[in-house]
Design a protein around this ligand. Sequence first.
Ligand code: GAL
Length: 756
Amino acid sequence: MRTGLVVPAAVIAALISTAFPAMASKGSDRVVINFNPGWLFAPKDIAQGQSVGLNESSFKPVCLPHANKIVAHSNFDTSSFALIAWYRRHFTPPMEYAGRRFVIEFQGVSNVAEVYVNGQRAGEHKGAYTPFTFDITEKVKIGSDNIIAVRVDSRQRKDVPPEGVNVDYMIFGGIVRDAALIVVNPLHVDWVYVSRDSANPDRVSVRTRVINNSTVQKSCTVTTAIVDSSNTVVATGNACGTVSAASSYEFTYVTSPITIPWLWHPDHPYLYTARTGLQDSSMCVDEHLQKFGMRSVAFSKTDGTFSINDRQMKLRGLNRHETYPFIGRAAAGRLQRKDADIIKYDFGCNIVRCSHYPQSPAFLDRCDEIGLLVLEEMPGWLFVSGNIAWQAIALKNVEEMIMRDRNHPSIVSFGVRINESADFHDLYVRTNQLARTLDPHRPTHGVRVLGRGSMREFLEDVWAYNFSVPAGTPRPLPWITAESVGHRFATHSWDDEQRLIDQMLAHAAVHDSAAANPKIAGLLGWCAFDYNSPYRYAEKKVCYHGVADIFRIPKHAAYFYKSQADPIVYGPMVYIAHYWKKALTPNNVWVASNCEKVELFVNDSSKGKYSPNRFLSLRHPLFVWDSVPFEAGELKAIGYIGDKAAATFVRRTPGVPVRLIIAPDDTVLEQGGDMTRVVVTAVDSFGQVVPQTNDIVSISVNGAGDFLGESPIALEDGKTAFFVKTRAGQTGAITCRACCKKMTETNTRVSVRFSF
Ligand code: GAL
């Protein structure tokens, strides 16, 4: 066994502080310093935990995103993470930053954060799902040690949405998303908001907010260059003006036309970058980069359809909770991006709903890159407090969500009504107004359910409704079914096979009904992944409502979703939803495929070549062979497009598990808090996963990373998974090993490299 390169603590400290000079660039440029590595953590409340001279010997070094408690994947005590903790980080800004502004940015702290710099309070933020920044310039000392301390209250806070009553998901605890220190000149860009100009769709409308923290008025010019993916400037726009001392100003301008702009679309998600330079007289003092896409979306009030770039598209998707086993919500960007990839490519969806809160920026960035449409929504679940302070936080959350996310082409609508809440007229008038002011180009929606939400109070642009798929013209229009199946079809990955097939058919049936009704804009199933919940729907703290398990390993239903993707764009696929372990009653063989025909073979004897024959309104209906006599051996499906065999799937009657396989999603990680998932499977002598195996495996991780998981752990349906996380300033190899008494053991390596 090779261990990782262990770097002494003093070297780690030097590496962390050299983050400053290493990332510093020209005097005019902003510097965004990754503040994920280098934190110290204590899982307890400490009187004066912010004080400069605090004895930190009981603190443990950690990297963000960080869960204040690693829990089992099920059956754990929810009070274990409901605690107050302190996080502290030292930093030394070099002398060259004298005169600059320092802004600390947190993307998500669960639930309430109090931030101190050198013992002085910088501010407080309430709410686990939205970002916040504090300008800490006045508190920072250049050239010497500074301490940033964060008191993180992760207890159930009934005064902060979504809490008030128990919600059907876990908020978890810790500094669960990235942090950064942003260093800018006193005259700098606060934000840039870009949109396709409605009057001239080949031009870009730009709004740029400039902050002048200096003591004198500034005359300045903002220039935005629209840069395409080959780094060529394809359009520019600018504006000049003065910004008074200690104030801000919003510049509005339109760029020159882009000759034949590339439009952003789920099948070709083309992204431009708006590169905005800020000049103070002739000197460039700031440069700000903002990715965006050129596209238009519309939900029709007359026929209910959804269109993108004036072409109709039926929305087909799943809901996602951003919680993970063991680590709660503290998942590194790599895991967040992986979820978007799974939903788009493995589950074939064209849309995801971020239920029920704004999700990680890394997830949304990936949705832009790969073309996965998004319904995003304000934090909340059923409950709205009558308390004015609670509602003020809910409104603030809407503002923070839209200010963060209004440049994402993937987001087709902002949800400005708390999921399945009753009517709260005044609050929802204000959330809608706020959304339309901050982002006039994007529709709003609100999700209702039977008994909660009257048509009189339809204040949004899109009516979203859970668990109902109207047969005729829905009222009102436009209508989207935001959840379907869900708790009505809880299914464990290890359940008897018929249950897994029935769950798949339940999802197919609702999508079939939605497809049959052109007046429904689309439908989303509940949900992508099993998730932890303290609510009554959960069993041992897990809601088994996913088309994949909590480790993101697909159940049969996931392949139904995948089969709906266009074979030309996303590739042909075929999947047999039958383990061929034993005869079912009746022994029907269901096949999900986006091919035109499928031929099924049992031990090389053809059972017929069929066109799809069930749920015929679907774009790619399912195939079924009724009552196929069971004969142990090989079951094979070949999918045809035209006369050509385009995809093949083979199942063998499973043997006994003989070997464990251990497979990381990534083999190269960056140091300083990066993570990957490692999947362990039990296979038979053919290398095929043995369904329903539940043996206990032991897992160990050594070297340049930490194990985040459970060991020993019982396999579920022949599989399990865990995460590894890298450390600050440590590179080398991470060795992961899994063993089980009955099977040959296995190990694998992941290597960690520097990211500076
Ligand atoms: C819905 C709710 C979801 C989830 C689901 C369970 O009513 O909106 O958050 O609880 O039920 O299937």
